[in-house]
Design a protein around this ligand. Sequence first.
Ligand code: ADP
Length: 595
Amino acid sequence: MARRNLLWTFTPPLFVILLVAIVLVTGFAGRAMRIFFIDRSTEELQRQGKVLEAQFAPLVADGDYPGVQAACQDLGRISGSRLTVILPDGKVVGDSRSRPDQMENHADRPEIAAALKGETGSAIRYSPTLGHQRLYVAIPSFAADASAVEFVLRTSVPLTQLNEVTGRVNRRIALVGLALFLVAGGASLLLSRAFGQSLGRLQAGAQAFARGDLSRRLRISSTTEIAAVAEAMNAMAEQLGERIATTENQRNELEAVLTSMVEGVLAVDTDENVMNLNRAGCRLLGVNRDTALGRTIQEVGKNPMLTRLAQDALAGRGPLERDLHLGAERNVWVQVHASCVVGPGGKTIGALLVMNDITRLRRLENMRRDFVANVSHELKTPITSIKGFVETLIEDPPEEPAELERFLAIISKQADRLDSIISDLLALSRLEKESDNGGIEVHSLPLGSILERVLRDLFTRRPEAETRVALRCPAEARARINAPLVEQAVTNLLENALKYSPDGSPIALECSLAGADVVISVRDEGPGIAAEHLPRLFERFYRVDKARSRQMGGTGLGLAIVKHIAQVHHGRVEVQSRLGEGSTFSLHIPREVEA
Ligand code: ADP
C-alpha cells in the first residue's frame, strides 16, 4: 500500500471539511439574510399599500383613472416604490413607472390573483418592463360594504439592493473562509510536523530497542496519548532489559559452572550438532570451542563410538555409560555418561555427554597389571631354580660332596635373590604407605656424618670399595631428612656404581648446595647408559642389561626405591649419562622442607 506522510493524511480531509463548512455557512447565511430582507420589505410594502390605498379609493370609485395615474406617479416618487393600480378584471389603470394603456392585463400575476381573492399577495419576479428582479406586494381594496374587491394596489421595490448586500456578505464570508483556510492549513502543517516529530522520536526509540540498546529512554512528550505510548515503551524496554540481564546472568552462571567443571560436557541437538562444549570437553577432545560449536559430533569427536552414544541417547536409550579411547596419538581415555535432554513438554531437544578423564586411572591399572606380572616373573625364576635343584637333590642326590655343596650354594644364592626382591618390594610398599599416611619423620641433620656412615657400612660389606670411593661434603650441608631412608638411597646408588663400573675405577660421592636444595651425587666412570633407557630407568624392574643385572644380584628395584625416597622428601632424582662416559645420579632434597 502506498504510504503518505501525516501532512497528506490529515490536510486534504481538513480542507474538504472547511470548504463544505464555508459553502454551507455562506449558503445558509445568504438565504437567511434574503428571507429576512424579503420579509421586512414585504411588511414595509404592505404597510405602504395600506396607507396609500385610502388615497386611491375615491379616485377608483369615481372612475377617475387619469387621477389614479397622476396619484400613482406623485405617491410613487414620494415613497420610492413602484405603485400599480389594477381593477378586478386585471386592467391596469395607474402605474408610477409606465403608461397603463401600454401594460398588459395583470389578472394572471400571482400576487394580483391572490389579492383579487381578497388576500394579500406577494411575488418575486423578473420584471421585463424594468429589466430587473423585483418584490411585488398586492393588497385588495374593498368596497364600502366589503362585499367585493374594488381594486388592487400593488407596491413593488427592486431586489437589486438585496442582491448587492447578499453578494457583499458572501464575499466577506468567502474572504474569512480563505483566511480560515490558510490558518487551518498552517495549523495542520505545524500540528502534523509536531505530531510527526513526536512519532519520529518514538520510532527512533523503538528502532534503538530493536537494535538491543535497552538502556535508552524515550522523552516523555506533553501530549497525553504520545506520553502514554512513550511511557509504555520505556516500561517495556526496562522489563525486557531486566529479563535479558536475568537470562544473561543465568547463562553466565551456567557457563561458569560448565567451565569450572573437571568433567568434559558436550551437548548436541537433535541434528547431532554441537550446542555446547566446555573447556574440559575441548581439552579431552583436542578441539577448539569456537570451531566445534555448530559442527556435527562426527566432525568434533572423530570417534564412531562417541557418535553412537549420542545417537543412542537421542533415541531415548539412556542413560548410557561407556569407556572410550579418544585418539591413539593423544592416548586419552574417557568414561562417558550419555543421556537425552528433555525440554518443556517432554520433547527431546538434544543429548548430553559427560566425559570423565580416566587416562591416569587406566595408566595406573596398566602399571599395576604390569607390576604384578613383573613381580610374578621375577619371583618365578629363582623359585623354579630352587625347585629344580631341590628335586634333583631328592631324586638323584650327588655322591660327590663338592657337587652337593655346589647345588646347595646355588639354592642359597637363589634364596638370597628371593630375599632381596621381597625386601626391596617391602621397602617400596613401606615408602608408599608412609607417604600415603601423611609423610615420613624428618630432622635437620648434617649430611657429612650421614654420608660417612653410609661409606663405613659399605666398606664393611665391600672392603675393596674403600680405595675407589671418595667423599666430598661441605661441613655446613644440612637438610631436613629421614636418615635411614637417605642412607638407603645413597647406598643403592653407590652399590650400582660399584656393580656396573669396572673394578678399580673411581667413584665420587659429593654433596653440594644448589639454591634451596642439597644435592647428593654419585659419579662413576663406568660404561654409561644409552639415552633411550634414561626416561624409564627409575621404573620398577627396569634394567638396561637384564642378564648382567641378575648376574650382579640386582633386583631391578634399587633405582625405583631411590626415586620414592626422593619423593617422600619432596625432592627428585636425576641421571646424567652417556655411553662410555660414566654416569652421575643426583638426589635433590629441599633443605627446609616440612615433610
Ligand atoms: P638393579 O637391581 O638391576 O641394579 P636398579 O633399579 O638399581 O636395578 O637399576 C636399574 C638398571 O639401571 C640396572 O639394571 C642397570 O642396567 C642400570 N644402572 C643403574 N646404575 C647404573 C650405573 N651406575 N651405570 C650403568 N648402569 C646403571
